[in-house]
Ligand binder design. Structure first.
Ligand SMILES: [Zn+2]
Ligand SMILES: [Zn+2]
Length: 379
């Protein structure tokens, strides 16, 4: 058993740094000492998932120990983690849709022993729910079967990818969520065409990564929209060819959409990507694209949104890819190569670093919008 110091959510909006015991890796499992963990809006959401869990789903570190039958890595390897842990054989995986695998890899709840002050809480067996870990009374495990906001994580081997020596841990950590989501939404899901015009709403880590994907696809124009001028300046470094400062009071970004149309000969953009995580903007990309254009919901809004169906006129497509339609063994080696070639300027995306104990501050900075991406350094 390995003792880890971990940020543990109570399921009802708060969390604490606690000591958790992790079992030795079982068959197909890997124990990783974490060196970096990205801070993401999903971590904030996971505070409210109604059950205790180890926070964090973006991580990179060093393999400490591997269980029986692990072929993909060995002790001492530098690795990054991906949170959509494909089984490789289910209905969706067989169709190349590993991002929406129906039988994602998990680690049994019994592998986690929580040491609450003065008592030991072993988890009761629980069924996985929504592929994000266990549920039900007594369930305790790790967010997305990773739990990266900790000094150590016990993960299925399909979550692990090699991290080349020259790639910093913090880059590996952000590649595993924000970068994959944005880059993949442009490259894998929307298949942005060469020479096209692309609008990106929201210039946080996911929006900036979407611009990198659009640039990789050789889009001609990339128009970045945000309410924060500093973020628009950053967007230029990530491929934006034009920027538009939106007004906080512009409901549904309809004024901004009118401006986009004016700048595209009255027609609208070929693609628009919503990367704001603001529910009210769920339909905003539809207002930005031309007839038969493609609107993409990148940030994964899961709220009721009122949509004026006229925004779909005409022949518009709205797609809602999970995790940039990630196929880990195809996509991460590509993005790592592009980073090493200097084509993904990801160092500029990591705005601030925090010790594990400063997670409060990291969340506050994320909400205030001053970070493109914040990273915890747990170990
Ligand atoms: Zn994330
Ligand atoms: Zn599968």
């Amino acid at each position: 058993m390995t003792e880890t110091r971990a940020a543990v959510a109570d399921g009802h909006g708060t969390y604490a740094i606690e000591s958790v015991g992790l079992a030795d890796p079982g068959p197909g499992e890997v124990l990783v000492a974490l060196r970096a963990s990205g801070v993401c809006h999903t971590d904030w959401d996971s505070l409210h998932w109604g059950r205790p869990l180890i926070l964090g789903h973006e991580g990179a570190g060093d393999v400490i120990q591997v269980g029986e039958g692990v072929m993909l890595c060995k002790a001492g390897d530098r690795v990054m983690l991906n949170w959509a842990i494909p089984c490789g054989i289910c209905f969706q995986c067989a169709r190349g849709k590993e991002n929406i695998c129906e039988d994602r890899g998990t680690v049994p709840d019994s592998s986690f022993v929580r040491r609450a002050p003065g008592k030991e809480i072993a988890s009761a067996g629980a069924m996985p729910a929504r592929n994000t870990g266990g549920t039900g009374p007594g369930a305790f495990n790790a967010s997305f079967s990773l739990g990266t906001m900790a000094t150590h994580a016990l993960v299925p081997q399909a979550a692990v990818l090699p991290l080349p020596d020259r790639v910093p841990y913090e880059i590996g950590a952000i590649l595993g969520c924000a970068v994959m989501t944005g880059f993949g939404s442009a490259v894998n899901a929307a298949h942005v065409r060469e020479g096209s015009t692309v609008v990106v709403l929201g210039c946080g880590g996911v929006g900036l990564s979407t611009m990198l994907g659009a640039r990789y696809c050789e889009a001609d124009r990339i128009l970045a929209i945000d309410i924060n001028p500093d973020r628009l300046a950053l967007a230029r470094q990530f491929g934006a060819t034009e920027t538009l400062l939106a007004d906080r009071n512009d409901r549904g970004l309809l004024q901004a959409a009118a401006q986009v149309r004016a700048q595209t000969g009255g027609r609208g953009a070929d693609y628009a990507f919503e990367c704001t995580a603001v529910p009210e903007l769920g339909a905003a990309p539809l207002a930005m694209v031309r007839s038969a254009g493609t609107a993409v919901g990148v940030s994964g809004i899961e709220k009721v949104v009122l949509v004026d169906m006229e925004l779909f006129e005409w022949d518009k497509l709205y797609i809602n890819p999970l995790y940039g339609a990630c196929r880990p063994q195809r996509d991460f080696p590509l993005m790592l190569d592009l980073y090493l070639d200097g084509r993904l300027p990801l160092d500029a995306m990591v705005t601030r670093r925090y010790p594990l104990e400063a997670l409060d501050r990291a969340f506050a900075d994320m909400h205030s919008g001053i970070n493109a991406k914040g990273v915890l350094l747990p170990g």
